[in-house]
Design a protein around this ligand. Sequence first.
Ligand SMILES: [Zn+2]
Length: 144
Amino acid sequence: MLNIDEIQNGVVIDHIKAGTSRTLADVAGLDNLDCGVAIIKNVRSTKSGKKDIIKIEGEVSSINFGVLAYIDPDITINYIKNGKIIKKEKPVLPETLVNVMRCKNPRCITSIEHECDHIFKLTPSGKYRCLYCEEEFQKNKNLK
Ligand SMILES: [Zn+2]
């Protein structure tokens, strides 16, 4: 059983599909944060067999949890304050993602103009498309 007592203030990302935690950590940019980060893999779960868990201790307001839902829609974000869970939520997909993923279309302006922000918009079908060339973002292809 997960012991969250060791985190006083921060976030626990729970119910991550086993094997996905590394991708989530990359997409959320956790390596660049000044936070304690623990990635726990293949935790036994009564619900889904195995799962991964990410614990982040510290200031988490700069993390875009919404984008994580695009990689794994089943995750739960637990907000911890003073050692207690104060809020549990399912992340909601953001309407716009700026410089989270890159458009790989070689003819896209973002591939030509290096100063250009990589902007993806959520479409009604729940997919992200490049704002400039409408190339669809694919999880397995466009994550660096
Ligand atoms: Zn594009």
